[in-house]
Design a protein around this ligand. Structure first.
Ligand code: FES
Length: 111
């Protein structure tokens, strides 16, 4: 049995400027973690759940990246409205938000 019903990972990885893949932190990820927590509570996400910062999730070009486990769904999130929608529709109602989902590419080498 899992410790959490949902475990959310928001990539806040940072790379030096000029790196071709960029990074989620350069795309504004840092302030989004508090919003994830706020909107999860507001949406009544079934618990227990946890939201953590993470390192690179290997979808850098699509970031900022929010991963939802145990479902293994990756989203691109840029603002409160998108996060609120994911918390309500996916985590509370069980419907993946296809418009915000990042397709699963084959995993690259470990970062
Ligand atoms: S830097 Fe965020 S997924 Fe790679």
């Amino acid at each position: 049995m899992s410790r959490y019903r949902y475990h959310l990972f928001l990539c806040t990885n940072e790379r030096p400027s000029g790196q071709p893949r960029g990074s989620c932190q350069a795309r504004g990820a840092l302030p989004l973690l508090d919003i994830v927590k706020e909107e999860a509570l507001r949406a009544g996400v079934p618990g227990p759940f946890r939201a953590n910062r993470s390192g690179c999730l290997d979808a850098c070009e699509s970031g900022p990246v929010l991963a939802v486990y145990p479902d293994g769904i990756y989203y691109r999130v840029t603002n409160r409205e998108e996060i609120a929608r994911i918390m309500k529709e996916h985590l509370s109602e069980g419907r993946i938000v296809a418009e915000l989902q990042i397709p699963n590419p084959p995993p690259g080498p470990p970062a």
